[in-house]
Design a protein around this ligand. Structure first.
Ligand SMILES: Cc1cc2nc3c(=O)[nH]c(=O)nc-3n(C[C@H](O)[C@H](O)[C@H](O)COP(=O)(O)OP(=O)(O)OC[C@H]3O[C@@H](n4cnc5c(N)ncnc54)[C@H](O)[C@@H]3O)c2cc1C
Length: 581
């Protein structure tokens, strides 16, 4: 049941889950499968129901920033980006950031997961183990245009009856065939692979997206669907922000998380709700770290400076922040038919919208890119000799940089839409060496923390970006683009020498909003980290974190699939803990 009034919910639940993003929606759903457990899910943001701007896949790039359903964070000036500050997007709505993201679904490589397993000493995180959770959570769905998808993915590698729909693109653009042709004309540099989600993602494959026919399949659409909200033991409270976790000493003298405080604004009443079994934080890489700090888990001295009483001294909370640097490269397209028409011309936009609404077809059924390319540089590249200590990927099956393509102008920069027709190749450095941090600006939970992703503070990331720029130019100069590619767009036309490319990189790089590792997982016995390999917060009891913040490394891809799988396994770990009680 959905609640907006905290006076109408119970005082005490078995489990209280904080944040209805990917992690929290999955955990609340799975725990409430047991009808004898009472589960409360608390979300700071609004309901997602009925919002066409959210549910229409094509509109995803317009879902942030500065909407009533976003958090609207800003980073501190980024020295690696010539001191630019950046807006940092997070969803503040049921489904969390999965309600505003671009829906690209990548499971990661065998190496990504095996690396986590060996790092934490927990084989449950290995690819062989986690793949069963992908199968459990997915539901292979036909693309909106119901075209024959033979050779475009391996349905047998996927789940058929999980809560989360995944599908292939349901409309074609004029660049699709050119991308595929390049995998034939230049197959050694840009090979085609049938399915990027079998654990071996290197190459170019069709994008799998969390789209159910014509609609965004967010964590809320999938895991908080009406049949789940109808469970009498699942209460979902929206528009209430958890401001603090409260601890009491347990029998062993350890702080035990017993309840949370919540409120809707700095001037609103504060409510308290108890959890008799566990509290699970799923407030995301910013929210969960901030909440731990506000609750007294963090570096003792820094907390004392904010008048916060220390519960457990752990300097790692908020540290180790990693995000992918993203850069969108543009070319002038010899076409009068790119998706730019929909952004530049209201008549075309209205026609596409009318077609979508009437038939469920056309451009609006798809997200930002039809295909995805995941690549590595040749092993003898100079960059690896220059930075021998940088871990350039989880292992040989994992990528070092990525391409996405757009039949039109794409950008994360706050610039006006240009006239003309374009092709975009977005590039992402997949295993960056730069690290950032999050610290409290104030003990007021309604004041945003200080967010410093540290973009391009490692020179390695600049050199990898430069290499990706060059690779994207190689790609666009292959035979299938002859006559269509009319040359570099003005924003990159002057970037010719290495120094010029580096400046272009620093001037134009933005986040891709994959922030992770602020509540990093480590081995259960010893080591550092904030949570152990079963995601329990170290130094206290009764508290877990289940969201993107706990990954020790960033995925070489897009994180949403990995968070769904992580949360599915976390749900099983929690169920196992309490099976005899
Ligand atoms: C523009 C954009 C595009 C993206 N595109 C993709 C993509 O194509 N593919 C992909 O894999 N990933 C993509 N991502 C990233 C991905 O969506 C996120 O990494 C993922 O949703 C994070 O999941 P989470 O569960 O960690 O947190 P979130 O989904 O952010 O959920 C956290 C939830 O907790 C709530 N919350 C926070 N603090 C509190 C509090 N104190 N009290 C109560 N509630 C609270 C928030 O409102 C939110 O609902 C994109 C992100 C953005 C911004």
């Amino acid at each position: 049941k959905l609640f907006t009034d905290p006076t109408l919910i119970a005082d005490d639940y078995d489990f209280v889950v904080v944040g209805a993003g990917i992690g929290g929606s999955v955990v609340a759903n799975r725990l409430s499968e047991n009808p004898s457990w009472k589960v409360l899910l608390i979300e700071a943001g609004m309901d997602n129901a009925g919002l066409e701007a959210i549910s229409t896949p094509f509109l995803a790039p317009t879902d942030s920033p500065n909407k009533e359903w976003t958090w609207n964070y800003t980073t501190v000036p980024q020295p690696g980006l010539l001191n630019r500050t950046l807006t940092y997007q997070r969803g503040k709505i049921l489904g969390g950031t999965s309600s505003i993201n671009f829906m690209i679904y990548t499971r990661g490589s065998t190496d990504f997961w095996d690396n986590i397993a060996s790092y934490t000493g927990d084989l449950g995180w290995s690819w062989a183990s986690i793949v069963s959770y992908f199968i459990k959570l997915e539901s292979v769905t036909a693309p909106a245009d119901h075209h024959d998808t033979k050779g475009q993915w391996q349905p047998l590698a996927h789940g058929l009856s999980g809560p989360l729909a995944i599908s292939l693109p349901g409309a074609s653009t004029e660049i699709n065939k050119r991308i595929v042709q390049t995998t034939r004309t230049n197959s050694s540099e840009f090979p085609f692979i049938v399915d990027g989600n079998t654990g071996f993602p290197l190459g170019i494959s069709w994008v799998q997206a969390t789209i159910n026919d014509t609609l965004r399949a967010s964590a809320a659409a999938a895991y908080l669907a009406p049949q789940y909200l109808a469970r009498p033991n699942l209460h979902v409270l929206i528009q209430q922000q958890v401001t603090k976790v409260i601890f009491q000493k347990n029998g062993r003298g350890l702080p035990h998380a017993t309840s949370v405080q919540l409120s809707s604004s700095p001037s609103s009443p504060i409510f308290t709700v108890s959890a008799s079994r566990e509290i699970i934080l799923s407030a995301g890489s910013i929210g969960s770290a901030q909440l731990l700090l506000l609750s007294g888990i963090g570096e003792q001295e820094a907390l004392a400076a904010q008048n916060i009483t220390s519960v457990f001294n752990n300097p790692e909370v908020g540290q180790n922040m990693i995000d992918h640097p993203c850069l969108v490269n543009h070319w002038i397209a010899n076409s009068t038919n790119t998706l730019d028409l929909l952004s530049q011309n209201t008549t075309d936009f209205n026609a596409a919208e009318a077609q979508y609404e009437a038939t469920g077809e056309g451009e609006m059924v798809d997200t930002v890119s039809p295909l995805i390319g995941i690549f590595r540089l040749p092993p003898n590249s100079a960059i690896f000799k220059e930075f021998p200590k940088v871990k350039t990927a989880s292992g040989p099956n994992a990528g070092q940089f990525e391409f996405l393509w757009r039949d039109g102008w794409a950008t994360f920069l706050p610039v006006p839409y240009p006239n003309g027709s374009y092709t975009s190749v977005s590039q992402v450095v997949l295993s960056p060496a730069s690290r950032g941090s999050l610290v409290l600006a104030s003990s007021d939970p309604f004041t945003a923390p200080i967010i410093d992703p540290g973009f391009l503070t490692s020179e390695y990331d600049v050199l990898m970006s430069r290499a990706a720029v060059k690779a994207s130019r190689d790609f666009m100069n292959t035979p299938p683009w002859k006559g269509f590619n009319m040359g570099l767009a003005p924003d990159q036309a002057d970037a010719v020498t290495d120094d010029e490319i580096d400046t272009y990189v620093r001037e134009n790089t933005t986040p891709i909003y994959h922030m992770t590792s602020t509540v990093r997982m480590e081995s259960t016995t010893g080591g550092d980290g904030v949570v152990d390999s079963s995601l329990q917060v170290k130094g206290v009891t009764g508290l877990r974190v289940v969201d993107n913040s706990v990954f020790p490394f960033i995925i070489e891809g897009h994180p949403e699939a990995t968070i769904y799988a992580l949360a599915e396994r976390a749900s099983d770990l929690i169920k196992f803990t309490w099976k005899d009680f």
